[in-house]
Design a protein around this ligand. Structure first.
Ligand code: GTP
Ligand code: MG
Length: 463
């Protein structure tokens, strides 16, 4: 027998078996689709920690001919103690025969010693057709756990519970698409109850997972601060700017800005990809609007609100800024610069609709540090740019952390996450702005970086 526990995930086709495997082994490469019969052959997936396999789950095709299979098993009278041997006989009789292909695939790991996880859909009513499947599983004599997956809601969960209790020693509700980290741990603990000797293995796995999670959140905070530093301090040199006369600079700005934006987006995406790799997401596409520091391409205000700033909130920030003038002086920011800051950065395009493009153009170069002497564009001066970046990074990180490895949709970034920065206390906002300014000055090894990392870690760990 293997040193680590092996559990076969079985059931009717299309009930979320592969989703359970993907979620629990944190593997986004497990094949999942709305089409019934997606999994055709049994395949093992393991969860590895510290380079050691903690447990293996076998993804299997669904039962296709359970009735006929049970019929074959019952063709001769079999005493209860002989039933597991009879199932083994079935498997060896039909392996490679072209008959009962799915049943052979799913029963093989079980007769080789795997425990059983039987997956059903709690949103559809129980019906006796499942009894043949459960009966076959009972014949194997292996330890059995049933999972009710509320695919389309939990309407029939109780009904299922009544039926499943008769065939399975343990019955649990588990939603592989939405289960929290704690629910994952709880389920692993239940796996440990299935067979007495595996309980310490799963308990150790739970401790390791908790420790790993903390370490990873700390690494994530480090990646976020590094990325924040890169974006806030990003400067672009340009030979065209170098050669241009001072009065030609304005005309060159749109092109230069486009290139600047491209680079900002590339940097931001790189940070997101590092984070995704850290949390084992290999094929994650996200729906996040492009980050834009733009002069003339208009962004409408609905998009603009996605950057985490809304018209009424802007007014609030500037009014609040006046009230908190002491704090602002402390942060080294004048009230005026915060106000200017509040209407710059990622929202320039949107604001041009309100204030007129000319008004905007006149002020744009003062928001971007635009130095003819050094032939550089950037870094972005607007203090709110830091908020925009932080808000976007946190929204992405949180959406990713809450995401199941069984989810095959694009990563949707929720708007309220992006508004999160604006919902912070003014005191916190000002402190963060100050730390961001210091971050640019001190670099990612400085004290401000440590403080920002701490804050980000708590934001991520707190959900
Ligand atoms: N909304 C929702 N959808 C789910 C859940 N679990 C699975 N699904 C969806 O149900 C479909 C089937 O999921 P799979 O995990 O491929 O199911 P399976 O049992 O492995 O299917 P076969 O391999 O075809 O037997 C996929 O579209 C999943 O995204 C759930 O908890 N909630
Ligand atoms: Mg499958």
């Amino acid at each position: 027998m293997a040193e680590h526990p092996v559990l076969a995930v079985v059931g009717h086709p299309n009930k979320g078996k592969s989703s359970v495997v993907a979620a629990l082994t944190q593997n986004d490469q497990v094949k999942i689709s709305p089409l019934s019969g997606t999994t055709r052959v049994a395949q093992r997936f393991s969860l590895k920690l510290d380079n050691q396999v903690v447990f293996e789950l076998v993804d299997t095709p669904g039962f296709q001919r359970a009735g006929k299979c049970l019929g074959w098993l019952n063709e001769q009278s079999v005493a209860a103690d002989q039933r597991p041997a009879r199932v083994a006989e079935f498997v060896s009789r039909f392996t490679g025969s072209g008959q009962f292909v799915d049943e052979v695939e799913l029963l093989t790991p079980i007769i080789e010693g795997a425990g059983i996880i039987y997956v059903v859909d709690g949103s559809l009513p129980y019906s006796p057709e499942y009894e043949t499947e459960m009966e076959i599983l009972r014949w194997t004599g292996r330890p059995r756990l049933a999972l009710i997956n509320p695919i389309g809601g939990d309407r029939y969960v109780e009904q299922w519970q009544q039926a499943l209790n008769q065939y399975f020693s343990l019955v649990r509700l588990f939603d592989p698409l939405h289960a929290t980290f704690d629910q994952h741990l709880q389920l692993l603990r239940t796996f440990g109850e299935l067979e007495h000797h595996t309980s310490p293995l799963f308990e150790r796995a739970i401790e390791q997972l908790e420790r790993y999670r903390q370490l990873k959140l700390q690494q994530a905070a480090r990646i976020l601060v590094e990325n924040l530093y890169q974006l806030l301090s990003y400067q672009q040199s340009s030979s065209r700017l170098e050669q241009a006369a001072r009065d030609q600079l304005e005309a060159l700005l749109p092109d230069e800005l486009a290139r600047f934006n491209q680079q900002l987006n590339r940097l931001e995406r790189e940070g997101q990809q590092q984070l995704q790799a850290l949390f084992l997401y290999h094929q994650l596409e996200s729906d996040i609007h492009r980050l834009e520091v733009h002069q003339s391409e208009l962004m409408d205000t609905t998009q603009w609100s996605l950057w985490g700033l809304q018209k009424n909130q802007l007014v609030l920030v500037s009014a609040g800024a006046g009230a908190a003038i002491g704090l602002l002086a402390d942060a080294g920011l004048g009230g005026a610069s915060l106000l200017a800051g509040a209407i710059g950065g990622g929202v320039v395009g949107g604001l041009s609709g309100w204030f007129g493009l000319d008004w905007l153009k006149q002020r744009l170069p003062s928001w971007l540090q635009f130095s003819a002497e050094k032939h550089l564009l950037g870094p972005v001066k607007d203090p709110n740019f830091a908020f925009v970046i932080l808000g976007r990074a946190l929204s992405h990180a949180r959406a990713m952390l809450a995401r199941s490895h069984a989810d095959r949709d694009r990563l949707a970034i929720r708007e309220d996450g992006l508004n999160h920065m604006q919902s912070l206390e003014l005191k916190t906002q000002v402190r963060l702005l100050k730390q961001c300014r210091l971050l640019v000055r001190q670099g990612p090894q400085g004290q401000a970086a440590d403080q920002l990392r701490d804050w980000l870690y708590h934001q991520l760990a707190g959900g």
